[in-house]
Design a protein around this ligand. Structure first.
Ligand SMILES: *Cc1c(COP(=O)(O)O)cnc(C)c1O
Length: 356
């Protein structure tokens, strides 16, 4: 019955806290979850208040035009409502784009966000990856010339590695690609990158001037709303109009909508979280340097450490209630650690010192 999808793989999400509770008998409050790049501080307290105050509205569908949210996003980027589409996470926007184009071939970095491949395979597309693991735009261009993919994914900065292209290099690349090829620029961690280095800051408004660029952003990372599932796509009106044909009605919830609208009004909270993130990341960098462990310079809220026997190390961490992402399935030993709260990072580093 499911012949057509027999080769598809299920996305493996980071292990949930509940599973570690069940398997290792560790108390939920003792578990440190640093596997899914969530914001350890959560959203602004104002957002939590807002959701509580709107809880009695959960029997109502949300405003399907998402008017207020698009207003807030318009302000953030200096654009208009018709430049936005809202998704249940930016994942859903990626899904609309891939299903809307229905490509035969897509191009992406050697190691990048898993959902690009999953959505593309759903429509039977051939997956082309650069031989470099990190984004190398020369290789992207050569492969684009040779294979003419209909979609090119750029993850800026890249998950799960953490490296980030310069904004100018992204624009130069876009300008060399023909306007019939959709370039999806995934900015899930842009808030982090642009804080760390202005050369990495993409001008999203400028991206909407191109006829073939879709930018995606999310409330799941810097804004601390992973559990609410709100993301967005930004592009010129034509692209957005077409993506809307694939959007089911009421695709985010009434309370998610309220949370996202409010979150945009407390940017100070977001900046504070980002500052803490890079301050705490320094602890991992010092640890890596001290131990002679290689790492990738990160523009995100996680760091990749090339630690030997990473599978074993991740399992040992798990038994102590610490969830990180083992990367050995990529064919090399490394772990990806989401930057947590100060006390969490201290504990992780102490344990890593003991076991590695
Ligand atoms: C987290 C993430 C997303 C999407 O997250 P949503 O929760 O669906 O908004 C998209 N791209 C990358 C690279 C991510 O890391």
């Amino acid at each position: 019955m499911f012949e057509k999808i027999k080769d598809l793989k299920t996305y493996e999400a980071g292990k949930p806290i509940e599973l570690v509770v069940r398997e290792y008998g560790i108390k939920p409050e003792e578990i440190i979850k640093l596997a899914s790049n969530e914001n350890p501080y959560g959203p602004s307290p104002k957002v939590i208040e807002e959701v509580k105050s709107k809880a009695h509205l959960m029997h109502r569908y949300p405003d399907d035009s998402f008017y207020e949210l698009k207003e807030g996003l318009s302000k953030k980027f200096g654009l208009n409502a018709e430049n936005f589409i809202i998704g249940a996470g930016s994942d859903q926007v990626l899904e609309f784009a891939v299903h809307g184009i229905y490509p035969s071939r897509v191009l992406m970095a050697g190691i990048t966000f898993a959902m690009y491949e999953i959505y593309s395979k759903q429509v039977g597309a051939e997956i082309l990856k650069t031989s470099s693991k990190e984004h190398n735009l020369k290789e992207f261009y050569d492969m684009y010339k040779e294979y003419k993919p209909e979609i090119i994914f750029l993850c800026v900065p890249n998950n799960p590695l953490g490296e980030c292209l310069d904004a100018d290099d992204v624009y130069d690349f876009i300008e060399k690609v023909d306007s019939q090829t959709l370039i999806i620029v995934d900015g899930a961690y842009q808030e982090f990158a642009s804080f760390k280095d202005s050369k990495k800051a993409l001008d999203v408004k400028k991206l909407t001037d191109y006829p073939n660029v879709l930018y995606t952003g999310t409330f799941s990372k810097a804004y601390g709303l992973g559990g609410m599932r709100v993301g967005y796509g930004v592009a010129n009106k034509e692209i957005i109009k077409n993506l809307h044909k694939l959007r089911p009605p009421f695709n985010i919830t009434t309370l998610s909508l309220a949370a996202a609208v409010k979150a945009l009004k407390d940017e100070e909270w977001v900046s504070k979280g980002i500052k803490n993130n890079f301050k705490e990341m320094e602890k991992y960098i010092s640890f890596a340097k001290e131990k002679g462990i290689e790492y990738i310079e990160s523009y995100t809220n996680f760091i990749v450490l090339f630690i030997e026997n990473s599978k074993e190390i991740s399992n040992k961490l798990l038994k102590k209630g610490i969830i990180v992402r083992d990367m050995s399935s990529y064919g090399f030993d490394a772990i990806r650690i989401t930057i947590g709260k100060p006390e969490e990072n201290d504990k992780v580093i102490d344990i890593l010192r003991e076991i590695s």
